[in-house]
Design a protein around this ligand. Sequence first.
Ligand code: ACO
Length: 435
Amino acid sequence: MRHDSLTVIDNRTGMQYELPITDGTIAAPDLRQIKTSADDFGLMSYDPAFLNTASCRSRITFIDGDRGILRYRGYPIEQLAERRTFLEVAYLLLFGELPDTGQLAAWQQQVRLHTMVHENMKEFLEGFRYDAHPMGMFLSAIGALSTFYPDAKNIGDVESRHLQMLRLIGKVPTIAAWSYRHSQGLPYVQPNNDLEYVANFLRMMFKMAETKYEPHPALVRALDVLFILHADHEQNCSTSVMRAIGSSHADLYSAVAGAAAALYGPLHGGANEAVLVMLNTIGSVANVPAFIKDVKAGKGRLMGFGHRVYKSYDPRARILKEMADAVFDVQGRTPLIQIALELERIALQDEYFVTRKLYPNVDFYSGLIYQAMKFPVAMFPVLFAIPRTVGWLAQWEELLLDPEQKIARPRQVYIGEGEREVPLRPEALRSVARV
Ligand code: ACO
């Protein structure tokens, strides 16, 4: 028997099968050699929501949920957040290495060249209702970019792919900010390429009538770190969507629009909003023990706690907790922060949360920081989508270059009706009777 294999014995037939184990996985197609009947297609694995199915080999992001580790291209997220900027991390995710000084200057310049959007985009955005949700506008506008750049269909051409990536990374902050401005009835602010990526975005968001808008450096840095922390998270829901759409060879604007739609869902991009709702409902520090008691009694969840993958402290939450102080020092503290700190203090010592390995996740603090920075709640998923665009693009490129990948097409276990005959309509029956 080979050591790097799994032996499967079919108790019905007595047949024995050797399934090779590679990189901690068996290949699901290897199961097909096991037949449940003579005309059977072959044994399948059943895995709703892909809880235990690896869909690709990836070199981009590593997560060890038990030990609270997150790395991009091998670099710990803590070091990247402390020592680098979002655009450097974007370069790392896309090209595999951190840029040197010359590469970074060229990269920043290339992205800067693509921050403007076609004037028709304004008319496109004007078509939305006055109170349209910015995330709905954002993902529609991203999809519409595919009509502005039909050359994006050349997905087999590496130069075209990279041009589209630059266009998209340059334009997402502009489209994001304009989606917000439309929902507020405010004029759109053109990008100012004297500013860096994040400062430029903040200016397009918040500039009013002042002659010179200068975002506070601490807020620029905080948002830059938030962007780094949200840039990629391996095969999550929206990234899986990006890969699934990309696998049909759709252009990247259409694929990113689909990924952004997945991110729109409250189970993915909306948990930080739920944290704010929860903190507002609790209302004061004095109510925290009663709230925890209710959670333990099964009357709701402690939002911002727990994670499907992290079974220890989410490393991104730890970074954000420190970052939050820098933002609150500039913007002031709201009562919600005291409630959040008290919740965390009690929950981290409580047997219910400790035994279930429930720790704060990235959403526990991100909503509080965004709120302190004056972002409306409706912008939270958009703020997630701007940096995650880079992760989606890195994963898309990896997919297209992976010779093992084909069009995504899961199988199913059919549990519906067997074959049955379509009854004739009653009128048809009557006319048959007349004949
Ligand atoms: N509050 C209270 N109890 C919880 C919580 C929570 N936030 N999360 C899990 N539990 C309990 C469950 O009730 C369950 O208890 P039981 O064993 O007594 O039945 C146990 O912990 C395991 O819970 P599961 O639902 O099986 O854990 P799962 O890994 O499926 O869920 C999830 C992960 C969805 C994130 C969950 O922890 C949750 O709902 N958290 C709150 C929402 C949230 O913060 N989501 C953001 C996630 S991060 C992100 O998406 C970027």
